[in-house]
Design a protein around this ligand. Structure first.
Ligand SMILES: [Zn+2]
Length: 575
């Protein structure tokens, strides 16, 4: 490990973090030779090679297997492949490791099919395996698995009746309680709905088991506390899980002080192998006085692989419940306009006039959540205002989710140098799109969704992210959907969603490599496989570009290296 290489360029107390530089590794025999591969370097020329060498944690040479054999010495490890693809390590530029890792420690339903019986089976097994736990807690269920999208307490009672149980919806907007949990929380037919939520009820008024939005706090306040040690364990689990998908660098898109402490503990013990850019959470109830803790976080997160140089601004909600900010009103589902244009959590004039320029002046990059076309426009306007107010600088602003982009705003991403941070898995036909989105947008606006192809054609920089634990962090699934606009579960069943917005395999992979590296200010040293760059790379189980080898998302990552060290090895992979 060459942790020192990561601190060389860091200016912990400077206004803006320096980009890490390439370093030519020493001449002589390599530490590692990978040969017989299809090495997709994803460099600007699109170089394809058959071999590469690694020395002192850096890529030393890229070329043919025959030519690089001369770099083999007595201590060189040689990895002989048979045409499998080697790629730069993946970047996930919008992911939530504390939340995802927490679910991995609890009873996790995220990886199951959206199926009631599958959920109940897993919960029963987990409860039997954890007889001493006072609560059974987990999450990751999907609404389509239940009638009306609302799982019942009776279902949960059938597998956990002896103690309280609580399961969070994978979308974070609700939870599922058993009868014991509702009783402990004192939720009865007489309990009124809280102002910011709703208690799903049986015909006689008794709680049905599903709690929506703010009503979840009725139960959540009673859950066993999650200690600092548990957060650290959650991060370790999340890191291993992400490495398993070939991910070597991330943006944590929602960082609170307790998460930061857990990351710092991992750095202190030399356990953080994932290059982590923390997006510090902008509390919309506060103002620029938050720069005090942001600056403190940036100073503390300046060693090892950890950085905290961006701030996350949540501009709006989501379309499915009418909280995404729209330029024109939502429809009522029958084609008539309503008076609802959604919610802006941060007023556009305050964002552009004060918050964005203030954060930029303090040297922070902007990471904005924008779903609706009004929020996307507000984000672009904010970057324009920063440029006008603060002058030219090396900025890395990005807007995540970009579900609905007004066509006149598409070219502004390239013009303003704003990264288009896409979550490709959402750009597909499924129940949520068909039932909860399209009818409320109407046909014209529905065709503006997830315009990745249009953005690419306009010259925008595409950046990839999963939003795990909302969606899987399997990069190859995300890439398949970016290319096909059909999720793997719906191959051959659903048509492509807005097929003009498909992108090719190479640009899709670049979004998850060089695109993320740009956001992470690691583009000098990661995101491609070039001599002098860090040896962060992945080996797949097949040639991804051989279309006869099966669907993109069926490929698996068998080996993940960070600075030449294995951080994930598939048990079946001879290494
Ligand atoms: Zn997110």
């Amino acid at each position: 490990m060459t942790h020192g290489a990561m601190t060389d360029g860091a200016m912990a107390n400077g206004a803006r973090i320096a980009t890490l530089r390439r370093v030519r590794p020493p001449d002589g025999p390599a530490d590692l030779l990978v040969t017989g591969a299809s090495v997709r370097t994803l460099d600007s020329a699109g170089t394809v090679a058959s071999a590469l060498t690694v020395t002192a944690g850096r890529i030393a040479a890229v070329g043919t297997s025959a030519a690089l054999r001369r770099l083999v010495g007595p201590r060189t490890r040689v990895l002989e492949l048979r045409g499998e693809t080697v790629l730069p390590g993946f970047h996930d530029a919008h992911v939530h490791p504390p939340m995802g890792g927490r679910y991995l420690l609890l009873c996790d339903l995220h990886d199951l099919p959206w199926d009631r019986d599958a959920y109940l089976h897993r919960i029963r097994e987990y409860a039997e395996a954890h007889p001493a736990d006072a609560w059974i807690v987990g999450g990751g269920w999907g609404m389509p698995a239940f009638p009306g999208g609302t799982p019942s307490r009776g279902d949960l009672d059938s597998v956990v009746s002896d103690r309280p149980a609580w399961f969070e919806n994978r979308d974070g907007h609700g939870g599922w309680a058993n009868t014991a949990a509702l009783a402990l929380a004192g939720v009865t037919a007489a309990t009124p709905d809280p102002p910011d939520g709703r208690i799903e009820r049986e015909p006689d008024g008794r709680p049905q088991g599903t709690l929506h939005e703010g009503a979840t706090r009725l139960v959540e306040r009673l859950l066993p506390p999650f200690s600092q040690a548990r957060w650290e364990e959650a991060l370790r689990r999340a890191q291993a899980y992400l490495h398993g998908f070939g991910i070597t660098a991330i943006t944590d898109a929602w960082v609170t002080p307790e998460h930061l402490s857990a990351y710092l503990a991992l750095v202190g013990r030399g356990e953080l192998t994932l290059r982590t850019s923390l997006s510090l959470w902008w509390d919309r109830a506060g103002g620029l006085d938050q720069l005090a803790w942001f600056g403190e976080a940036r100073r503390s997160a300046s060693s090892g692989r950890l950085r905290a140089t961006t701030v996350k601004l949540m501009l709006d909600g989501v379309l499915e419940n009418g909280t995404g900010a729209l330029l024109e009103p939502y429809l009522d589902g029958a084609g008539r306009a309503t008076d609802n244009r959604g919610i802006t959590f941060i007023a556009a004039d305050r964002l552009a006039g004060e918050i964005a320029p203030g954060l930029d002046s303090a040297g922070f990059d902007l990471h904005m959540h924008a779903i609706g076309d009004r929020a996307v426009r507000a984000g672009l306007d904010a970057v324009a205002a920063v440029q006008a107010r603060n002058g030219p600088a090396d900025r890395r602003p990005h807007i995540a989710h970009i579900q609905l982009v007004h066509p006149t705003d598409v070219p502004r991403f390239a013009e303003l140098g704003v990264g288009a941070n896409m979550q490709p898995l959402w750009a597909a036909w499924e129940a949520q799109m068909r039932d909860l989105t399209v009818p409320f947008l109407g046909p014209e606006r529905s065709a503006w969704q997830y315009p990745f192809g249009s953005l690419a054609r306009s010259g925008a920089r595409l950046v990839g992210g999963s939003d795990w634990s909302v969606s899987t962090p399997n990069v190859l699934h995300e890439v398949e959907v970016a290319v096909n606009r059909v999720v793997p579960e719906s191959r051959g069943v659903e048509p492509p969603f807005l097929p003009d917005e498909r992108i090719d395999l190479t640009p899709a992979l670049r979004a998850f490599t060089s695109g993320g590296a740009w956001v992470h200010r690691l583009d000098e040293v990661t995101g491609a496989l070039e001599p002098g760059m860090l040896a962060d790379l992945v080996v797949l189980d097949r040639d991804l570009f051989d279309r006869g080898a099966g669907e993109i998302g069926d490929a698996r990552v068998v080996l993940t290296l960070v600075e030449g060290d294995a951080v994930h090895v598939d048990p079946a992979f001879p290494c």
